[in-house]
Design a protein around this ligand. Structure first.
Ligand SMILES: NC(=O)c1ccc[n+]([C@@H]2O[C@H](COP(=O)([O-])OP(=O)(O)OC[C@H]3O[C@@H](n4cnc5c(N)ncnc54)[C@H](OP(=O)(O)O)[C@@H]3O)[C@@H](O)[C@H]2O)c1
Length: 210
């Protein structure tokens, strides 16, 4: 059975996965790039980047993944639904190279992009979405790509098998929180932490065998 995985999902010390307000100019709101600077400094992102513990975690994002599920607010800024030409942030050849399913209440026809990327638009519960996406993942794992709302909903539904979280030593104070409503969620997982010399802490949540 293919697994559902989350990788490189970054949160502040106070649990926010994005700042506010989200816009075309500031996709992460007042957080800017602070949540992902750790990743941009690695070879995973930049050929001249570092090759240490952060890189080792970051590069686990792609292998074994056959499809991604993301939320409407990761796909575009507020109002993208009203722009028929909006095709995501990532240009003609997005970095996914798999089918990507965007959960939205504003479904539209699928978008075929370069590099094996296809965006599909889907209104469904997390469990229904997973069933649809599993058929498209060709036996491989499914990545839940964020943002916070979608990750939270899949955790709440008990549908996440493995989650790599990165806690960044910043306090955002406002934005979209990951943990709201998830009291005790850690009990379903074996949790490990590794502190990187760069200041971030890597958490892995691996679902306990039932
Ligand atoms: N920290 C990280 O590592 C990380 C990773 C990825 C993204 N992000 C950031 O997170 C932010 C987005 O997160 P977010 O929490 O605001 O939003 P999100 O999780 O990307 O999307 C939530 C939206 O998706 C749609 N949706 C969700 N579940 C649905 C369902 N079951 N059926 C139909 N539609 C559904 C709804 O939009 P509609 O009703 O409008 O369709 C909902 O408002 C962005 O700033 C992004 O850059 C952060």
């Amino acid at each position: 059975m293919s697994r559902t995985r989350i990788h490189n999902f970054s949160i502040s010390l106070d649990g926010f996965a994005t700042g506010e307000p989200q816009s075309l100019e500031t996709p992460f709101g007042h957080a800017g790039q602070k949540l992902h600077t750790w990743m941009m400094r690695t070879q995973y992102w930049d050929p001249n980047g570092t090759d240490g513990v952060d890189h080792a975690y970051a590069e686990r994002h792609g292998p074994g993944i056959g499809a991604e599920i993301m939320g409407a607010n990761k796909f575009g800024p507020p109002g993208w639904h009203d722009d028929p030409d909006w095709k995501g942030w990532w240009g003609p050849n997005p970095p996914f190279h798999t089918p990507v399913f965007v959960l939205t209440h504003h479904a539209r026809p699928s978008l075929e992009m370069e590099g094996g990327n296809v965006f599909h638009f889907l209104e469904a519960t997390p469990a229904e979405a997973l069933e649809t996406v599993r058929a498209a993942a060709d036996g491989q794992d499914i990545r839940i790509g964020g943002g916070a709302t979608v990750v939270r909903d899949f955790l709440a539904a008990g549908l996440v098998d493995h989650m790599h979280l990165v806690q960044v030593p910043i306090v955002l104070g406002r934005g979209v929180r990951l943990w709201d409503g998830l009291e005790g969620v850690e009990e379903a997982f074996d949790v490990e932490t590794v502190a990187s010399p760069t200041g971030v802490t890597h958490f892995t949540f691996t679902r306990k065998a039932s």
